[in-house]
Design a protein. Sequence first.
Length: 347
Amino acid sequence: MKTNNKTIVFRCDFGSKFGLGHLMRCIALSEELQKYSYIHTVCLTNHYNEKYHELLSQTAMHMIVFPENTIGLAFNLEDYISDPTSCITLFDNYDVTFEQMNEYKKKYQNLVAIDDLADRKFDVDLIINQNINAENLNYKISRDAKLLLGSRFVLLRKSILNTRASRIKNQVFMSFGGGDIFSRIETLLKMFHEINKKLVNTVYIDFAISSEQVLMVHPLLEALDKIKFNYISNSYDLSSSIARADFAITAAGTTVFELAYLGVPQITLIIDENQRVTGEEINNIGIGACLGNIDKILCSDFVGCFFEFLINDAMKEKMSSRACTFINGEGAKEVVGELIKSYNLAA
């Protein structure tokens, strides 16, 4: 696993039909890698929209868009990189099959996976899984892959790492990730009408959601008089909104770790299967309350949990303290250190 080349290629898809968590993890690694002037990072992707320009311009990661839709690793790296045989390819993509990994490594030796599910056999050099309890997954590997598993390896972007919490009473942060989420959250949003009936004081909610989704969400919520929604659309630096939240309502994805790092207690919901491992451990480690699958949540349970978080300051302080010790912010640094050591990337 030695190379004299200093190029790392990320294979990642993101956009309106995908969650952005994959991209955020790649950005976190790219930011850490770029501390080394001799390392160049490239992202190969199927889709790119100008609305991501500000986010990506901060990373100095060079974006290359495939000319036609490409599944997983079904491409020739030499079409995009001048010296492909000694590059390191890091994929964060569920479409990559074991057969693709095997064929890819015959041509391009150095291959790394970021994964959540352990749902296939892997033919790679390293596997990175930042999720809670990832150490207990049974990874099937075809060679002596190094496993970097668990919260020690949580990948956080600089915007989160450089932020300090300033929690404000009755201020809530809410996010369910990217993509077309309305059909999955519509029933939950209707439950805010029950919350609104019971509120005495006004609650302010920063709701991170795309402008396209706001057009569907706003009609459900505009009649509420005790809950004031501030829609944050097409902005990918949510650090200030997260930092001021007294608590959060979120999907059990990447945002869980950003909230934990900043000590924000969270009500968590599982909206995709890849979030199950993390979601089910939220309660065990005491950094929030996971209510399970979003499509099975009872209104009484959600409303009751919301008011518990709104009122019970002692519970939130306990959660906040545990969260701050759970994520130390060194995950990207640890992973990059392993990459440099494994592939002899020292200058």
